[in-house]
Design a protein around this ligand. Structure first.
Ligand SMILES: Nc1ncnc2c1ncn2[C@@H]1O[C@H](COP(=O)(O)OP(=O)(O)O)[C@@H](O)[C@H]1O
Ligand SMILES: [Mg+2]
Length: 355
């Protein structure tokens, strides 16, 4: 395999239409060797269909996929060097961990002629990498959720694929385990230097794991970039509001909309330099105490139809009483403008009349 930053997977004009449903609708994407790419989008936006086409489980309506320079669009799954871990990764319950991981090697035995010793050493080294080598004799029901998930990844990795596709593999773990599993997965990806494509609808997971994030909606890519660039510099209103919790506030103006994140909307008394900020009269309706933050619900005066949230760190000792007005400020660089009809980002200087 070539240099570290060559693109390993190249996708051009990829489409999959199921009759009238445009599940994937013209995707162009280059995935780098060794990167952890996250595909993020709401349920139904075409993530699984895109992955299944990369894996060779679904035939594209149009477009091409190349891996390592070779067009694989018409190749069957096992000739692509790609493995996929599905959302509902069922392990074989009657087999121990060793046999679960060995399964794909044995299934290929005829064409690859793997002997017992080779299978053994491949299974053991994969299990070591995932730190489950002490569990090889156990059955799936004797494992925790996180351990099962690692066995499923082991089963996908043992054939040494060039690309590992992970379709929401953490979604059936509980919240605490998920954070752990995320951390382990990232460590494992770094140490193995495998190219991983990870699908999720969870923006926190995407931000935490991705070297780059591809944001999808309705079968199309909305934006590709590092977690920070997508968060700080969204290409359109969809991306701006899909990332971030609570979501970016969006207010309507004359011919455009503008937005700012709740954490950037703070009492004016706190802003370092109010000359660089836009000041809003803010009516406080309700305050939630969330431990590390106070989440404030209210309205910007003159725009009383749009619920507007502020996220004020708890260590900020400013009193905020309900049913009172305050001056709140947003730094100009934290105000994002969007075209009212297309939702596309507009630069402030290109507006006739900014807020
Ligand atoms: N085999 C299929 N037949 C018909 N429609 C499908 C099929 N697979 C997926 N779809 C539709 O394609 C769209 C994208 O689905 P999917 O790729 O599973 O989205 P995601 O994984 O992002 O939730 C959805 O509207 C879904 O109903
Ligand atoms: Mg899916």
């Amino acid at each position: 395999m070539g240099a570290v930053r060559m693109s390993l997977v190249q996708i051009r004009g990829l489409k999959k239409h199921f009759d009238a449903v445009r599940a994937v609708d013209g995707v162009d994407l280059a995935i780098d060797q060794g990167e952890f790419l996250v595909i993020l989008g709401p349920s139904g936006c075409g993530k699984t269909t895109l992955m299944r086409m990369i894996a060779g489980l679904e035939k594209p309506t149009a477009g091409h996929i190349a891996i390592d320079g070779a067009d694989v669009t018409d190749l069957p799954p096992r000739k692509r060097g790609v493995s996929m871990v599905f959302q509902s990764y069922a392990l074989y319950p009657h087999m121990n961990v060793f046999n679960n991981i060995a399964f794909p090697l044995r299934a290929r035995r005829r064409e690859k002629k793997l002997d017992k010793a080779t299978i053994h050493s491949k299974v053991v080294s994969t299990a070591r990498l995932l730190e489950i080598d002490m569990l090889l004799d156990r059955r799936p029901r004797q494992l925790s959720g996180g351990q099962r998930q690692r066995v499923a990844i082991g089963r996908a990795m043992v054939t040494q694929p060039a690309v590992l596709l992970l379709d929401e593999p953490l979604s059936n773990l509980d919240a605490k385990l998920r954070a752990n599993a995320r951390d382990e997965l990232k460590d494992f990806q770094r140490s193995s230097n495998i190219t991983a494509v990870f699908v999720t609808h969870d923006q926190i997971e995407a931000m935490g794991l991705g070297d780059r994030i591809v944001v999808m909606s309705e079968g199309k890519i909305q934006q590709i970039g590092t977690p920070q660039s997508i968060y700080d510099d969204p290409a359109n209103e969809f991306v701006a509001t899909f990332l971030g919790s609570p979501s970016m506030n969006i207010l309507s103006a004359d011919g455009f909309r503008f937005g700012f994140r709740p954490e950037h909307f703070l009492p004016k008394t706190l802003s370092d330099n109010s000359e660089n900020s836009r000041i809003f009269q803010y009516y406080v309706k309700r305050v939630e105490y969330l431990g590390s933050d106070r989440l404030v619900y209210g309205y910007v005066r003159g725009r009383d139809s749009d619920l507007t949230l502020a996220k004020v760190p708890s260590n900020v000792r400013v009193s905020l009483n309900i049913e009172e007005d305050y001056e709140f400020a947003v730094h100009h660089s934290d105000l994002k403008y969007f075209d009212a009809s297309t939702g596309r980002r507009i630069e402030r200087q290109n507006l006739q009349e900014a807020v």
